[in-house]
Design a binder for this molecule. Sequence first.
Ligand SMILES: [Zn+2]
Length: 102
Amino acid sequence: MNLTEKEAKEKYCPNFIDVHCPGTECMAWRWDESVPYRVEPMNLEEMKGSDCFECATAFSDAWRLDVDRYRCPKCRSAAVRTIEEPERRRGYCGLAGRVEVR
Ligand SMILES: [Zn+2]
């Protein structure tokens, strides 16, 4: 059963009676996925002085707004930034085992 650390701490440890799961502080904790993230468009202020992540083309008036994000005139990559959301990352108890719930 995959849980966020917050959810896991609300459950009891399978190894000790009346002890809540200590989450990532426990040696038995196993992550089952990498840190989730969301992607947001960069605004004009953030883009000034920055380059395209893909082809290093400098930001200029040639960049065009495409719906909600600016795109590189050369390779069409969007100017975005990723924001990690570690609180959404899920793992499981290595003692209880990995129970697949579908
Ligand atoms: Zn580019």
